[in-house]
Design a binder for this molecule. Structure first.
Ligand code: FES
Length: 408
């Protein structure tokens, strides 16, 4: 049969042999491109070329939940499942979902020949036995860290940072649904080669780190932590049981959080949430996130703001909330900063707001890190809009409420 296939090849002229595709985001296709696009999105030098090809393709037999199907060979398991009519639901929902497509989040994992494996990057093979119900199986996810952190994230209570060496013990989770060309943490985001951990293992390691460094908080960031809902909820449950009364911090882009997901997180022990809507204008948001589908970008942007409002209005009494966005004059004007300030002030002028000064990295090595004076100008603009708790990250440290400065 003839099928339309996505094929990714290497553009040798752009490739700088950085080794990222051999050590971090590796091909799981077994020597043949299966069109999963993980390497296409991950290459820091954009040395991968995507093309669509009409190819003659044989059929192979696999079983799904005990039923035999013929699927085109050379597909990923996810594509093969879709070809027989199995639907992947919206990211953040319960059920089969594939939010990163990079091999990092493990949200798409199904049982393949008895073991948990990622549907998005695993090639389909003759005779493969796939089982979709993984409810009783411990979820997995690629985890970086733990490491102690001096400053914390956008929702780390600003007053806790003063006078301590480390304020949080943190882990970072692989996989993201955004494609930010200036991803500040791309070695984590695009990692599909590290051994994944269960929530219990990650919680144990993070707890040890907290004890060693005596931190008040424990944090999870990414990548985007919310992509694998089952993993994250279980992780917070384990963490709460091991650290009763501690501050448990989630750092999220807010794009796929739903009200029920937030309710479940709070129920599981999460009591400190940072949401980063990143921008307020759609065009800016699309530039920052690399999301080219306008409808999807609009949905993500609106969801981030709406869920921030929901967390503040429903949980301010038991969850310390922070908002954040990334400033660089390459993509944002001070007028937009003021608009962001107005939107946050309309939610709650006391809300902690952290502005990060994004530096050149990943696919945007052409930008310049904003000067300290620029970041202080951003702080002034936000405070003029009525915000009372503004923190800006600069190359020399964080500047916060009342002119407080925390050097690195
Ligand atoms: S969607 Fe497959 S690992 Fe994230």
């Amino acid at each position: 049969m003839k099928v339309s296939r996505r094929i990714v090849t290497i553009n040798r002229e752009r490739c700088v042999k950085c080794g990222f595709c051999e050590s971090v985001s590796i091909c799981h296709g077994g020597g043949k491109c299966i069109g999963c696009l993980a390497c296409y999105y991950a290459c820091p030098y954009e040395a991968r070329v995507l093309r669509l090809e009409e190819v003659e393709c044989g059929l192979i037999k696999i079983t799904v939940d005990g039923v035999e199907y013929a699927v085109p060979e050379g597909f990923s398991v996810k594509e093969a499942l879709e070809a027989i009519g199995i639907k992947f639901v919206e990211p953040g929902s319960k059920g089969l979902t594939a939010p990163c497509g990079l091999g990092g989040c493990w949200a798409c994992a199904v049982l393949i020949d008895g073991g948990l494996e990622r549907a998005c990057i695993t090639p389909v093979k003759y005779g493969m036995r796939v089982e979709l119900d993984v409810e009783g199986v411990e979820p997995l996810r690629i985890v970086h860290g733990p490491q102690p952190h001096r400053i914390g994230g956008k929702a780390t209570p600003w007053w806790e940072v003063d006078g301590v060496r480390y304020v949080e013990a943190a882990i970072w989770l692989a996989g993201c649904n955004l494609r930010c060309p200036q991803c500040q943490n791309y070695h984590v985001t695009y990692d599909n080669s590290s051994r994944p951990m269960t929530p219990l293992e990650a919680a144990r390691r993070l707890t040890v780190c907290r004890k060693v460094y005596g931190t008040s908080g424990l944090a999870v960031s990414g990548g985007e932590p919310t992509l694998n809902r089952r993993w994250l909820i279980e992780f917070f449950r384990c963490l709460r049981n091991m650290n009763p009364g501690a501050r448990l911090h989630l750092d999220s882009n807010g794009t796929i959080l739903t009200r029920s997901y937030v309710d479940e997180l709070v129920e599981a022990g999460c009591n400190n949430i940072g949401i980063e809507p990143k921008a307020i204008r759609l065009e800016t948001y699309m530039g920052i996130t690399g999301i080219r589908d306008e409808e999807l970008a609009k949905r993500y942007l609106e969801n981030s703001w709406n869920i921030l409002e929901y967390v503040v209005s429903s949980y301010s009494d038991r969850v310390y909330v922070g908002a954040g966005f990334a400033y660089n004059p390459a993509w944002m004007s001070l007028e937009e900063v003021a608009e962001i300030g107005d939107r946050i002030a309309s939610i709650d002028p006391r809300l902690q707001v952290t502005v990060l000064d994004y530096f050149p990295i990943f696919r945007r090595r052409d930008i310049r890190r904003p000067a300290v004076s620029m970041m202080l100008e951003v702080k002034r603009v936000l405070e003029e809009r009525g915000l009372r708790t503004v923190i800006v990250q600069t190359s020399v440290g964080h500047f916060g409420p009342g002119g407080r400065a925390t050097p690195y």
